[in-house]
Design a protein around this ligand. Structure first.
Ligand code: FUB
Length: 305
């Protein structure tokens, strides 16, 4: 029947009214969500916290990938990539971003560089959203010695890539200082100099999305971190600060957001300590929200069910 073939073609996915319970993943600890809507499915990429109970500091080696067609049932696709994809890296699979461009999937990821002091940003490419991802350059895209304004080992983390409607891609990243650069059409080379942006109380985790001609730049602000955002008329600003949209976590000092519009609804992904009550054992969660009449993002409360 038509209904059955439609159901088969759409992966037997009827939109449901309720979200799955938070946190989304309960068998491992996940952090630093980023999302990609690709056809009928939403792909969620996360880091993985492997710090043991009672230990301090990050132990992160890989990025995981999950997908859904209804925001209620999630499929676990396993490991999208590990830091070992980058032969020049020696660890620390921090917060990554994945974008689709001209049929290919690009994973931008901060990792500890084996030969240059500090964190660096690599880019890996795949033919499918679930990978396998392979190093697209063989070298880092951004390293500490290209960007150092402070003697900070982790000022080149948290890449976020935004491709505008005209096809121009922008890479945002940074800790304490937000930086950005244009990318070449090949997505794996910088197209110009690295610029810095003055942004109120910027800590890390920049994320760019566009809605109705407005550019939204959200980020982790302060420490412990809250989620704040600014808006602008272009991917490079000028940025107007719009306030805090999610409160700090109870235990973990980080929070890390991603936005999606999927099946007609708006979602904010983030992480907290709901499964562990520990700083470095985080879990990714999601909330549905509605934009205000002037396009503003409301304050969003975390839920556990
Ligand atoms: O997960 C490691 C780091 O902590 C990320 O890169 C930051 O955004 C913060 O979540």
């Amino acid at each position: 029947s038509f209904a059955l073939s439609f159901a088969v073609l759409s992966g037997l996915c009827a939109p449901v009214a309720t979200l799955a319970a938070n946190p989304i993943v309960t068998d491992i600890f996940t952090a630093d969500p980023t999302v990609l809507v690709d056809g009928p499915r939403l792909y969620l990429y996360t880091g993985r916290d492997e710090t043991r109970d009672g230990e301090q500091g990050y132990k992160m080696h890989e990025w995981r990938v999950y997908s859904t067609c209804d925001m209620a049932h999630w499929q676990d696709h396993g490991v999208a990539a590990t830091y070992r994809v980058f032969a020049w890296a020696k660890g620390d699979a921090f917060a990554a971003d994945v974008v689709k461009h001209q049929g290919k999937y690009y994973l931008y990821a901060p990792v500890k560089h084996a030969g240059i002091k500090g964190m660096a940003i690599g880019v890996a490419v795949a033919d499918a959203p679930t990978g396998p991802f392979t190093d697209a350059r063989g070298t880092a895209l951004v390293t500490n010695d290209m960007t150092r304004e402070t003697p900070n080992d982790w000022d080149d983390i948290d890449p976020a890539v935004f491709v505008d409607d005209d096809g121009q891609a922008y890479l945002y990243f940074g800790n304490k200082v937000l930086k950005y650069a244009k990318l070449k059409p090949n997505m794996i080379e910088l197209a110009g100099p690295i610029q810095t942006v003055g942004l109120f109380n910027f800590e890390e985790a920049p994320y760019l999305h566009k809605r109705g001609g407005v550019y939204y730049l959200s980020y982790a602000s302060g420490l412990p971190e809250v989620i704040a955002y600014a808006t602008g008329p272009s991917p490079t600003g000028p940025w107007t600060y719009r306030g805090v949209i999610m409160d700090k976590n109870k235990v973990t000092h980080t929070i890390h957001q991603a936005f999606a519009h999927f099946n007609g609804k708006s979602y904010l992904f983030y992480h907290n300590e709901a499964l562990s009550n520990a700083d470095f054992r985080r879990s990714v969660a999601v909330e549905e929200f509605s934009y205000g009449p002037a396009g503003e993002i409301p304050f969003v409360r975390q839920t556990t069910a």
